[in-house]
Design a binder for this molecule. Structure first.
Ligand code: FES
Ligand code: FES
Length: 186
């Protein structure tokens, strides 16, 4: 299997620090991941995806294209969806990174429930990135139109073609969130 294909391994890491040039303790890059501040030994131009998967052992964020084309590597930085394969560590230092392992709250609970009830995944490879993009959408817009859903999810590719079920699940999650809010307002 090619290293550039979903399910393959990450390519070698030319951006990582070389042996003998690792930053000294106290100079290590720090970032906040899922609410915890961590130090890493990666050079600051290492893509965030490599930091998450290889340095921090968090494989839920997927490597697909490595070129910001497929959305498999989507995480949130300060609540906004970003492609971690093209985001250098330097860009997220001092910011809050949320991955599929750590995202929580009513929006993602509704999405996970809808994903299950609609039975969205096929192979599943793209789905963590799909959920992260959907969660960012519903966090800012609880009643997206079909066009708004299409625009928000446009950059997330699914080789299995689960797009109709993804859109149905987003609509179901939005309806549940709005019903819960309406009930809470009564
Ligand atoms: S791995 Fe495809 S957009 Fe990042
Ligand atoms: S790539 Fe298989 S479920 Fe999306």
């Amino acid at each position: 299997m090619s290293a550039s294909q979903p399910g393959g391994v990450l390519p070698s890491q030319p951006n990582r620090v070389q042996r003998g040039t690792t930053p000294a303790d106290g100079d290590l890059p720090t970032l906040e991941v899922n609410g915890t501040v961590v130090e890493v030994t990666d050079s600051t131009d290492t893509p965030l995806l490599w930091v998450l998967r290889q340095s921090l052992g968090m494989p839920g964020t997927r490597f697909g294209c490595g070129m910001a084309l497929c959305g498999a590597c989507t995480v949130h930085v300060n609540g906004e969806p970003v492609r971690s394969c093209v985001t250098p560590l330097s860009a997220v230092m001092g910011k809050s990174v949320t991955t599929i392992e750590g995202i929580n709250g009513a929006v993602v609970d509704a999405l996970r429930g809808a994903w299950t009830s609609v039975d969205v995944p096929q192979c599943g490879y793209c789905q963590s990135g799909q959920l992260m993009s959907a969660a960012a959408l519903l966090a800012s817009n609880t009643s997206p139109t079909d066009d708004e859903v299409a625009t928000a999810m446009d950059g997330n590719i699914c080789r299995c073609g689960t797009y109709p079920r993804i859109k149905a699940a987003i609509r179901a999650a939005a309806a549940q969130l709005n019903a819960a809010r309406a009930a809470g307002a009564n």
